[in-house]
Design a protein around this ligand. Structure first.
Ligand SMILES: Cc1cc2nc3c(=O)[nH]c(=O)nc-3n(C[C@H](O)[C@H](O)[C@H](O)COP(=O)(O)O)c2cc1C
Length: 346
């Protein structure tokens, strides 16, 4: 089999709400900080359009923050509220759709400034309302769905994790009780967008402050953790790991996306060092780049239907044509990830 044939399983359509993705390749959400005062401009639209033109099946935008005073501590991270920012996003949607692509925003709250323990019930209510307003705006602007950022130690994950959630009310407790905040956010978003609009939840075991953290230690715990989130109406789970080939638990080679699909029956997105030899933490902690690798193992897992979609991060910063080169079997033309690429928005 030649390279062009070998990769075709990545280029099968996938049904997504009432639309269809042309293939299984997803651009992972990546913060770029190119939106002055929170407003994404024409350069941001062109950046996403370039990936849509080059065969990315679904773009998940960089994290974009909700309308709450603590939601962001970075001036150039895009807002998902206010007329100017929302007009900027409307233009992003238009550019991506004109190029034949699909796009969802990653809806983000960076986290409590102190502790989630400090929030009162009325603070929580206001935050849930801000999430649901963002979901409503996403649909109004013509996005193809939303992703809620429940990973990497940001607000939703701060509620999940025992180290950061010491609450003694109904938002605290054991690892299942600690899903209540996320479940309420999801349900509120569902009410705002109706039954057909896809809601993706991104979650992770690892945290920005602890790469070895575990929310759950066994498949049984994972099943219990996910059940309330399924009940709250998540359509697709985006299971963030640093290396897609690593088994999540003992005695099975399934990764987190594999287990999540098996236990919930929901479609999943896998992610982590696709086509690269070093994981993203080497960039975050040491500013390192990465070299190219083959994608055979990824394709094998996709063909076994361990997961449905594959998110690609750093490679799609380095090379907007990464997916189209893959489709054509031109992996030798891929541009390896160089940290310098993060400084420009190309
Ligand atoms: C520059 C940069 C910014 C990122 N920003 C986000 C973000 O806003 N939201 C998020 O969920 N993950 C973020 N991530 C993590 C990526 O979505 C992805 O999970 C990670 O890079 C692993 O994929 P990769 O190995 O293909 O790069 C970021 C990663 C990078 C490199």
């Amino acid at each position: 089999m030649n390279d062009t044939q070998a990769v075709q399983s990545l280029f099968k359509p996938f049904s997504f709400g009432d639309t269809t993705l042309s293939n299984r390749i997803v651009m992972a959400p990546m913060t770029r900080q190119f939106s002055p005062d929170g407003i994404p401009g024409a350069d941001v639209a062109a950046y996403y359009r370039r990936r849509a033109e080059n065969a990315v099946g679904l773009i998940i935008t960089e994290g974009t923050v909700i309308n709450h005073p603590d939601s962001s501590n970075q001036r150039n991270v895009p807002h998902f509220f206010g007329a100017d920012a929302l007009n900027g996003w409307a233009n992003v949607v238009k550019e991506v759709h004109d190029a034949g692509g699909k796009i969802i925003p990653q809806i983000w709250h960076m986290g409590a400034k102190g502790h989630v323990n400090d929030y009162s019930e009325s603070d929580i209510e206001a935050i849930i309302q801000a999430f649901s307003q963002a979901a409503f705006e996403a649909k109004r602007l013509g996005f193809d769905g939303i992703e809620l950022h429940g990973a990497h130690g940001y607000l939703i994950d701060q509620f999940f994790w025992e180290e950061t959630n010491r609450r003694t009310d109904r938002y605290g407790g054991n690892f299942v009780d600690r899903t209540r905040f996320a479940a309420e956010v999801i349900s509120a978003c569902r009410l705002a967008v109706g039954p057909e609009f896809p809601i993706v939840l991104r979650f992770s075991q690892w945290k920005g402050t602890d790469y070895t953290a575990k929310l759950v230690k066994t498949p049984n715990e994972l099943e219990m953790f996910l059940a309330p989130l399924v009940d709250a109406s998540v359509d697709i789970f985006h299971c963030s790991t640093r290396r897609f080939w690593e088994p999540e638990f003992e005695n099975s080679q399934l990764n987190l996306a594999g287990w999540t699909k098996k236990l919930t029956g929901k479609p999943t997105i896998s992610v982590g060092s696709v086509g690269l030899d070093r994981d993203v933490t080497s960039f975050f902690t040491e500013g390192k780049g990465a070299s190219l690798t083959q994608v055979d193992e990824l394709i094998k897992r996709l063909e076994r239907e361990e997961f449905d979609l594959v998110a690609v991060g750093r490679s799609l910063i380095a090379d907007p044509a990464w997916a189209s080169k893959l489709r054509e079997g031109r992996m030798s033309d891929w541009v390896p990830f160089d940290p310098e690429a993060v400084k420009k928005l190309y």
